[in-house]
Design a protein around this ligand. Structure first.
Ligand code: NCD
Ligand code: ZN
Ligand code: ZN
Length: 386
């Protein structure tokens, strides 16, 4: 039937290259069906699952299982990254060619960053033969160990061992250098520091095959917003300083940062109810991220609608070789009808995700997707998944 779109936007479906769907192994947090339902409710029509499941997605049969589960769920298009190394242990590369034939879209060390420079170098070299990017988590564990939030005045005041910005930046610098030496395709996940942005900018100026994403929550919150009573502010990499946040904006505006990605990281209430220092890292993203960016930036004229679509649909689809997300003549459309005025209180009862670890819980958000189509099929209507 006809849809009244008066006062609303028709977007190409949003593309989120960084989600944790937790299946197999952690289905109490999320599974592929619930995660892909959360995606279309949040306006995302294509998502890429990370490999830090149990077992790890490090062989073809399991990658094919993930893709099959995504198809069975029949909501968002579910793509998957494979692990870079077996078991994410950082010791032995996966069978990259076989995994590519199994349909994976990238190789990633997300959740357990590769520590050895030699292993990252090999990963870039071999991934290059498959044509797929390496998605790098970029965390030096020797610097980050024991920290819960960004090393800052806040971490000192709260009595935490802080995570220094350098634990990320040194790895980004390393990986940019290795991308240069190998000619490999590199995508940097969840960039959160000034020095990381600078390294990526330099690498791009040298013509290297590098892209980068920013987690929207790193643009909205800083380490100063962290309160010990709300562990949903605990995320990896940790919320940045104001200065880092400004550098992320610069990176977005000058094209150094190519895309936004939610890093949807669901965790159970029980896990997030632990004391701040012991709760797991991660923010639930899929159902709140678009509204969060809309109300914080687009509604205020800080980010244009065109740039939003570039960052969250066109650029990610292009980087990972997916047609979906873009509106192309002759292609079954992935679309979102977005209502900039629609308001909703974020309520666990209405959420499709199995987890509710978001700082927006109980808060009203403004600007929400109203209908979502995947491959021409209506999958979400009036805030409810069909
Ligand atoms: C992610 C997770 O929970 O798997 N957590 C997070 O804080 N981002 C892991 C990751 O993205 O590194
Ligand atoms: Zn990560
Ligand atoms: Zn992640």
């Amino acid at each position: 039937g006809l849809v009244d779109g008066q006062g609303k936007y028709l977007f190409p479906g949003l593309v989120d290259v960084h989600v944790h769907l937790r299946e197999p192994g952690f289905e109490d947090k999320e599974d592929i069906a619930s995660g892909s339902r959360a995606a279309v409710r949040g306006g995302f029509t294509s998502i890429m699952a990370m490999a830090n499941t149990s077992p790890v997605v490090d062989h073809r049969a399991l990658a094919e299982f993930v893709l099959r589960q995504g198809q069975r769920a029949g909501k968002a298009r579910v793509y998957t990254a494979a692990a870079v190394t077996k078991g994410l242990r950082g010791e032995e590369l996966v069978e990259m060619m076989d995994l590519k034939e199994g349909g994976v879209s990238a190789f990633s060390d997300d959740g357990k960053g590769i520590q050895s420079a030699e292993m990252m170098r090999l990963a870039l070299e071999y991934a290059k033969l498959t044509g797929l990017p390496v998605v790098a988590h970029c965390e030096d564990e020797s610097l980050a160990a024991g920290g819960a939030i960004r090393k800052s005045e806040t971490s000192a005041r709260l009595g935490f061992k802080g995570i220094p910005a350098g634990s990320e930046s040194v790895m980004v610098v390393r990986d940019v250098i290795l991308a240069g030496e190998t000619g490999g395709k590199l995508h940097i996940a969840h960039v959160s520091t000034k020095e990381s942005v600078e390294a990526i900018r330099t690498g791009k100026a040298r013509g290297l095959d590098i892209t980068a994403e920013v987690n929207p929550y790193h643009l909205i919150f800083t380490c100063e917003d962290v309160t010990l009573t709300d562990t949903s502010y605990k995320v990896n990499p940790p919320l940045p300083s104001k200065e880092d946040q400004e550098a992320l904006w610069q990176g977005i505006l000058d094209g150094t940062i190519d895309m936004l990605a939610t890093d949807h990281a669901p965790h159970t209430r029980e896990e997030k109810a632990r004391p701040f220092g012991e709760a797991p890292f991660g923010i639930n993203g899929l159902e709140t991220a678009l509204a969060a960016v809309w109300q914080a930036f687009v509604a205020k004229g800080i980010l244009s609608v065109e740039k939003l679509i570039e960052l969250w649909s066109l650029n990610p689809a292009r980087r990972f070789g997916w047609e979906a997300g873009t509106l192309k003549p002759g292609h079954p459309a992935d679309m979102v009808l977005f209502d900039p005025e629609r308001r909703e209180v974020i309520d666990p009862a209405g959420m499709e995700s199995r987890s509710v670890n978001t700082p927006y819980l109980g808060r009203e958000m403004r600007g929400l997707p109203e209908m979502t189509w995947v491959a021409g099929k209506l999958v979400m209507k009036d805030r409810r998944v069909i």
